[in-house]
Write a protein that binds this ligand. Sequence first.
Ligand SMILES: [Zn+2]
Ligand SMILES: [Zn+2]
Length: 140
Amino acid sequence: MPHRVEQLHRAGLKATGPRLMILEAIGNHLHHPTVEDIYTSLIHDHPSLSRSTVYETLDVFIRNGLCRRVTGAGDRMRVDGTPQDHDHAVCQSCGDIFDIDRQVFPLPSPPAQLPNGLQVKGLRLEYEVICSACREPAEG
Ligand SMILES: [Zn+2]
Ligand SMILES: [Zn+2]
């Protein structure tokens, strides 16, 4: 995974084994995974991995901009390894998170300044949706 090593170095982090496998898991296998999702996907091949290692590694990644924290339905932390700027649509029924491409659905432009001298650095939009799976009538 040479480009994962480079990705860690660019973020100013040492490329340790757990960091590499967790970065790989976020980037390749899962979409907006929870700590539990990542742990479950890795534990079979890496039985010595602990949940707290996953949690701490994600915390480091988030602080160094390698992935971003997603607030979705429920209390569980989820992370997003998609580097491109995008917004999220969160299903109010099942809590699934969908990526919304800003090229297709652009953001409204934010004001440059908010009250109390707050300088606007960015804007993030979260759509509240009902996904197509939840819209279908329940079977039975
Ligand atoms: Zn849904
Ligand atoms: Zn996303």
